[in-house]
Design a binder for this molecule. Structure first.
Ligand code: FES
Length: 585
């Protein structure tokens, strides 16, 4: 007979961990007597991080006493208490390889439905004092699972657990967990999983992404169910290229046209991708790395990068003052996942300032294929002087069957003509889109300063555009993901402690290069010591939240990730540099 052995609850509190404060409810206390189970929580229970935990589909976490015994043997431990794995219900029976997604159980006077396996999170590692725990739970097929509360009621330790109905497709919790996190991703099983109504939207989207990826032909394609996967780079590291032309595009933007230095054709980039330039600005100092979007027609003959000259910009000043036609530059392969999707929906290319560059490459691609999709070019500049690619974008729009533009100048100059140079004064705003005639069902591609991106992304969502139709390119560092922890507000800097003696590690977006120090367990730890914005969740090679493009160099893993990252990427939570590395961070 399956039985509820213990009901465990806890509210979030701050916990000191590695010198940082983690807000977590992973510590639970055993409940005496009966306790009410509501739709979102058991009375007295809560979650510290409602993005990763909690909510209707993750109301009650269940873990089995049989797994307690298993881990006692595996880890050589005898100190476990109820709630040890952060669970709300400790149960006898209900093993992960028998319980299926969608199964329904009556416990006490409440009715529950199995929704998904446990979320892989570092906090179970903190609770267990075993940092690998999140990975071990997946690797050993003992994750535990969540209940959704179908009927609220009261439960108590000792209640019998009665199965009320079987979920469709009979996909067990252990199978569902392995399907997402472990290699293999059987097509038939993915299709089965997608037929289970009880499966939450997040898991459904992940399985859908894995299904769309198609069969893995022996090359590490990455796990699109867990991370955005970019196409593999055409070459590793940097390749010498020669500047064949320099064009002025506006008062502050200039372009460099780059050609292969050895006469070999280049790799055709995808429209919207960027390259990294390695600039030897100061002899004896580490080279400076700068990323620039490709702005021309994607081609194997040459690349064009367009650069805004910033007053105190190290990279842009070097390129403007020291690079001439005939100069050599070291260039990475085109990278990035901000690329034009195929499809027939209208396309809105929405940019400001030098953010025009990646969307201009998209406009080139659409014009070259004489796309019949409606295409909108929405662009914001200060004035005519600061309006790059004015004639080029107009000419490209004319190549299209349905090409429209809308230009706004925030501070038009005295000779700038409304109706000729620009359409309206002010800043681009979604509030004007209905009047302009922008179709809601478009794919939106956005690039520009951070405030522009933040405002327009939020306003597009409020205007009713689903998140999967809004694509953004961010210059500079990405927003951090640090579950349960406040993100730092410092700019990236060298660590306070003395430099290490290892190979050079470069964080390209942060503009930081420093020698590896063996005191760090991983590249993630080094990045954290430098306040480089990072993204992570499990910190032990399962969830792929930390997957980062490896622009140059190679890494070694310890522990090995459960499912490898895409070729040209690295899971920085569990790897160290093998020689010099450049990371897109
Ligand atoms: S943080 Fe989960 S794989 Fe790195």
């Amino acid at each position: 007979m399956a039985q509820l052995l213990s009901v465990n609850v806890g509210l979030p509190r701050d916990f000191e961990w590695k010198g940082k404060s983690v807000y977590t409810a992973v510590w639970k206390d055993v409940v005496r007597g009966r306790r009410k189970v509501e739709r979102l929580n058991i009375d007295g229970d809560g979650q510290g991080d409602l993005v990763g935990h909690g909510g209707e589909h993750r109301a009650v976490l269940v873990y089995q006493i049989d797994s307690y015994r298993y881990w006692e043997r595996q880890l050589g431990r005898k100190d476990f208490v109820f709630g040890q794995f952060g669970e709300n219900f400790t149960v006898e029976g209900l093993p992960d390889d028998e319980v299926c997604i969608g199964d329904r159980y009556r416990i006490g006077s409440a009715l529950f439905e199995v929704t998904q396996p446990r979320v892989t999170c570092y906090r179970v590692g903190i609770r267990m004092d075993e940092p690998r725990m999140a990975a071990l739970l997946v690797e050993h097929h003992r994750p535990g699972f969540y209940f959704r509360v179908l009927e609220t009621g009261e439960v108590a330790a000792g209640d019998e657990i009665v199965k009320v109905s079987d979920g469709p497709e009979r996909l067990s919790v252990a199978e569902a967990d392995a399907l997402l996190y472990l290699p293999g991703h059987s097509r038939a099983q993915l299709e089965r999983a997608l037929r289970i109504p009880a499966l939450p939207a997040g898991w459904r989207n992940s399985f859908q992404a894995l299904l769309q990826q198609g069969p893995n032909q022996g090359q590490a394609k990455g796990n699109p169910g867990l991370a955005v996967v970019s196409p593999p780079p055409a070459w590793a590291g940097f390749r010498p290229m020669q500047v064949s032309r320099i064009n002025r595009e506006s008062a502050s933007v200039f372009s460099l046209v780059l050609e292969s230095a050895d006469g070999e054709p280049l790799a055709a980039p995808l429209p919207g991708q960027f390259v990294v330039l390695r600039l030897p600005i100061q002899s004896g100092a580490p080279p400076v790395l700068r990323s620039y979007s490709l702005s021309g027609l994607p081609s194997t003959g040459h690349y064009r990068v367009s650069i805004k000259q910033e007053e105190k910009g190290l990279g842009s000043t070097y390129l403007r003052t020291r690079i001439k036609p005939g100069s050599d530059l070291e260039v990475s392969a085109p990278r990035g996942s901000f690329t034009l999707r195929s499809g027939s929906e209208p396309v809105v290319l929405l940019s400001a300032g030098v953010g025009a560059t990646p969307v201009l490459a998209m406009l080139h691609a659409l014009a070259a294929e004489k796309s019949s999709q409606p295409v909108w070019w929405l662009y914001g500049a200060r004035n005519r002087e600061e309006h790059p690619f004015r004639n080029e974008s107009r000419a490209l729009l004319q190549e299209l069957k349905y090409g429209r533009s809308y230009i706004q100048y925030s501070r038009p100059g005295p000779s700038d003509q409304k109706g000729i140079d620009f359409d309206a004064a002010g800043h681009l705003a979604v509030s004007a889109f209905d009047e302009i005639g922008i179709p809601h069902e478009s794919q939106f591609y956005l690039c520009g300063p951070p405030a522009f991106l933040q405002e327009l992304t939020a306003d597009l969502a409020a205007w009713g555009v689903p998140a999967d139709r809004i694509h953004t390119e961010i210059f500079g560092t990405l927003d951090a993901i640090t579950p349960g922890m406040k993100a730092g507000t410092y700019s990236p800097h060298l660590p306070a402690e003395p430099a290490g003696f290892g190979p050079q590690v470069s964080f390209a977006r942060s503009g930081l290069t420093l020698p590896w120090n063996a005191k760090y367990q991983s590249l993630l730890e080094l990045a954290e010591a430098c306040d480089v914005p990072v993204r992570w969740s499990c910190r032990t090679g399962v969830c792929h939240t930390c997957e980062t493009a490896l622009i140059a160099g190679d890494v070694e893993y310890d522990p090995e990730p459960l499912d490898p990252p895409a070729k040209g990427g690295a899971l920085i939570c569990c790897c160290r540099p093998r020689g010099e590395v450049v990371l897109d961070l």
